[in-house]
Design a protein around this ligand. Structure first.
Ligand code: FMN
Length: 196
């Protein structure tokens, strides 16, 4: 039933383009994000103890997870040094906290008022963001730097999922609603999979 509803909403979305799918124009922009789930990286921080950063550049295949970070940020420096991090998935209820992570480079972000809260992992020295519905505990395996980007290759050591999202020992896909980040060099915005 729910699959039919999802397919229907995709259909109406495509239809809003008026069926003119073949007509493309060159868009001169320095970036084009076509919808990436926002995540919160949690990490050990030499200066503040533990810290977090908002990101959207990632992919995962099986047990491997790669993220892309600016070499100017605090997160890339700390994760490079300590070798472990968590990738946490927030929902739309935490836009204020997502912005704290995304606009205060190098600050003690867990100490902002209304900020995310965390527990320490019992597996590695990293913070687990309490409010996020999924946490992946990751170990860095390789780092490649290219221009100003730090590509962090990692292995997923453990997956923690809010028990409300698990049904019969499986992830309930219908209940997982990450926040998507999309747009071009002119403007980027958040989008939600579901209004519920
Ligand atoms: C929605 C969103 C997505 C972002 N994605 C990335 C990203 O993928 N990589 C990155 O390096 N910075 C990204 N940023 C920018 C960093 O979050 C921002 O520069 C932050 O201040 C870095 O903090 P830090 O220096 O304390 O690590 C993103 C910001 C926002 C708001």
């Amino acid at each position: 039933m729910s699959i039919h509803i999802e397919l229907f909403s995709l259909y109406t979305c495509f239809n809003s383009l008026g069926g003119d799918y073949l007509n493309k124009t060159i868009l001169d922009t320095e970036k084009l994000y076509y919808g990436f789930p926002i995540f919160i990286l949690g990490y050990k921080d030499d200066r503040w103890g533990y810290n977090f950063t908002t990101s959207s550049s990632s992919y995962t295949l099986d047990n491997f997870l790669n993220v892309g970070l600016s070499n100017q940020g605090n997160a890339s420096k700390q994760i490079k040094k300590h070798g472990y991090f968590t990738l946490n998935i927030p929902t739309k209820d935490y836009l204020e906290q997502i912005k704290i992570g995304g606009f205060n480079s190098g600050a003690d972000k867990f100490n902002f008022s209304n900020s995310f809260q965390y527990d320490l992992s019992d597996k590695m020295d990293v913070p687990i963001i309490k409010e996020c519905v999924i946490t992946l505990e990751c170990k860095v395996s390789q780092i490649i730097e290219e221009d100003s980007i730090v590509h962090i290759f990692s292995t997923i050591e453990r997956r923690l999922v809010n028990s409300k999202l698990i049904k019969d020992n499986h992830l309930d896909n219908n209940l997982l609603n990450p926040v998507l980040y999309l747009g071009d060099g002119n403007k980027r915005s958040f989008k939600f999979l579901s209004s519920e």
